[in-house]
Design a protein around this ligand. Sequence first.
Ligand SMILES: NS(=O)(=O)c1ccc(B(O)O)cc1
Ligand SMILES: [Zn+2]
Length: 260
Amino acid sequence: SSKYVLSQMHPMWQEPLAIPGGDRQSPIDIVVRKSIYDSELKPLVTDYDPNTCQQIWNNGYSFLVEYDDTTDKSTVKGGPLQDKFRLCQFHFHWGESNAWGSEHTVDRKLFPAELHLVHWNSDKYSLFEEAVMEDNGLAVIGVFLKVGKRHEGLQKLVDALPAIRHKSSVVEFNRFDPACLLPSNTDDYWTYHGSLTTPPLTESVTWMVMKQHIEVSHDQLAVFRSLLFTSAEEEVQKGMVNNFRVQQSLCGRTVRSSFS
Ligand SMILES: NS(=O)(=O)c1ccc(B(O)O)cc1
Ligand SMILES: [Zn+2]
């Protein structure tokens, strides 16, 4: 398009000054040798119904694939979780280059992108909006992406992105099974108590970061980078890249591992 496309720091990533509590913020650097093996941690049990997939849209920070969370049709339980959590959406964070883009790091290692599958505690709360304010309200599965072979399951999602280039654009999207984005091994993960990584940054998240990454192709990641932070009518268009938060201090928290 004739408009000038800039890739610059999105205003959102200038860190807010005061954060409620602020001692369990995310993301973090996972220091492997300091994580504590907990044999009580069970395997994660995901049960996703592809028919609950509803739409894909650009919210001006990332693109979200949203699920019908009015019933317990797509859920996660087990792992460190005491309750059953309902899938409400998944989204990604990525960089302008393959050298960075993830939110969590492992021994300071950066990945080109990170997937977040967002769930809320439907045993204790009746709406996401309620759960997001509570201690154990949310459970987010984090999966690192590496550049390699093309991810066949991801392609359906990549093909939908040009239709939601601008902020606030939405398209119908259904029968997408998010299980295809999970690594083959979901028994090995790190878990800790943290927060949302974008506003409202509420400290309500049990994080489960998968040890095994998934692979996507360079071209698939390039399509992520073709999205825009800005809406169609804005004068200057800004490329949607570097939509990750910097690592936050651990503040004495323990990161547990489900594997030794
Ligand atoms: N990046 S994240 O998974 O921590 C996340 C999830 C949900 C929301 B939200 O619904 O505002 C914000 C951030
Ligand atoms: Zn996220």
